[in-house]
Design a protein around this ligand. Structure first.
Ligand code: ZN
Length: 446
């Protein structure tokens, strides 16, 4: 029932997972290629999934007091350069506008890869007093990063996302916001997308450019590789100082506000496909599926069948179920694979219960995949061998970036996060032998 759209001739996922994924994206008509490498067309069914994600998250953001805004897509180079770490991180992926019509511009403009700098420029104008805080803004837009490699949903040069940017009076409040939004993402992924997540902090090497701390929700895909589901950043007052944003506090003194940003993108759709899809193609959790139920009348030549089917469709729709009807003459085949007889009386309630069941089963299956393919490691070799075909390794770490770099070189993995739920699985960092500070999840990431 959650199985949307029959997909013909897709590659076996156990033979070539990457090709299976591309096949599902194109043959389930989620994506089409454009004439620009790395820029994809999101087709109606793919975009409908994004719209569902957007509607649910947007309502949650607003319930927590966030307001939507829209800022320009171009960033003057001088503005982008105000925060050193930020510009260094993004410069290699920036695309630039240098002409307006036939006139060469005096200053070139970057097409936004993210909007921290624009938000800061605006916040400087609208934050003056403690009464102006907190500022809880969110923007739904597309951003552009000139990636060298691309894949549908996972790595677009231009991709749709939301970016929340907030300003607070105190460090405590900003830190609480960072955690709060991470939890919004984690709960959404688990409850709505049926994707179990690991909540944790990124190492300094993996954190966002310019952030003091980056928090993440990491998910395991069907092939046991990692996908970063969403991130939430704590900036401290670094950007506020670089952009000279100040407010008069309750003590009548000038202060710099504390800042956060957080975002999720259409990558989530790639994650849903790679978590739940199977060799029949696309499998969507009912809560996010654009079509939850399809009414397929059988023996339509018989009197009253079509009318009864259309009546059933109305009943389901009136009950808030996203239902469609298939009046084509094609053979039932796969559609009737799992047969269940339900009385027409209270059919909407029965269908809702069934959708809940499907949602739970998908989560349970994904959770089992995560648990079955996560293991404790006590040496670099164990991580290398265990993660060679995907999988998450839990290993202790001293906190030195040099050891993290060695893990990449010698085991082919990156640190996914320092999970909030720590376990003590050893006293030393197996890379250098020094005392361990944290348990880290290591894996191969998309
Ligand atoms: Zn070490």
């Amino acid at each position: 029932m959650a199985k949307d759209k029959k997909v013909e001739q897709i590659t076996d996922m156990d033979v070539d997972f990457a090709q299976w994924f591309t096949d599902v994206c194109t043959k389930a008509e989620l994506i089409d290629y454009s004439s620009i490498k790395g820029m994809y067309i999101m087709r109606p069914y793919g975009y409908a999934i994004w719209e569902n994600i957007q509607h649910i998250l947007d309502a949650e953001f607003k319930a927590l007091g966030h307001e939507n805004v829209y800022l320009p897509m171009l960033i003057p180079e001088s503005l982008l350069q105000k925060e050193k770490d930020h510009v260094e991180g993004f410069a290699p992926e920036c695309a630039w506008v240098t002409y307006g019509g036939s006139d060469k511009l005096e200053e070139r403009y970057c097409i936004r890869p993210t909007s921290e700098t624009l938000f800061c420029e605006h916040y400087k104008n609208v934050i003056h007093s403690w009464r102006d805080l907190p500022k809880l803004y969110n923007q739904w837009c597309s951003v552009l990063r000139w990636e060298k490699t691309s894949r549908p949903f996972l790595r677009h040069r231009e991709f749709l996302w939301q970016e929340g940017h907030t300003m607070h009076e105190s460090e405590e409040e900003a830190r609480a916001e960072t955690q709060r939004m991470l939890n919004v993402y984690a709960d959404f992924m688990e409850n709505t997308l049926a994707m179990p997540v690991i909540r944790g902090r990124k190492t300094d090497k993996e954190k966002f450019n310019g952030a003091e701390e980056t928090y993440t929700v990491e998910c395991m895909m069907h092939d046991h590789k990692a996908l970063q589901g969403g991130t939430s950043h704590y900036f401290g007052d670094g950007f506020a100082k670089a952009f000279d944003i100040t407010y008069t506090g309750k003590d009548n003194q000038l202060h710099h506000p504390y800042q956060t940003s957080w975002g999720v993108s259409v990558r989530m759709i790639g994650g849903i496909i790679m978590t739940h899809g199977d060799n029949s193609g696309l499998v969507l959790p009912p809560k996010i599926a654009p079509t939850q139920v399809i009414v397929v009348p059988v023996a339509m030549h018989k009197e009253g069948v079509r009318e009864a089917a259309e009546k059933l469709l109305e009943t389901l729709k009136n009950a808030g179920i996203r239902a469609g009807i298939d009046l084509s003459d094609q053979s039932m085949g796969w559609k009737a694979a799992q047969k269940l007889t339900l009385p027409l009386e209270n059919i909407a309630d029965s269908v809702k219960a069934l959708l809940d069941e499907v949602q739970k089963e998908l989560y349970a299956k994904a959770l089992k995949n995560l648990q079955d393919n996560t293991f404790d490691a006590h040496s670099v070799e164990e991580v290398r061998d265990g993660c060679a075909n995907g999988g998450f390794a839990r290993m202790m770490w001293c906190g030195d970036e040099a050891c993290e770099v060695k893990m990449k070189e010698q085991a082919g993995v990156t640190s996914r996060c320092i999970p909030f739920e720590q376990q003590h699985i050893g006293d030393v960092c197996p890379v250098c032998g020094k005392p361990a500070k944290h348990m880290v999840i290591w894996g191969i990431a998309y």
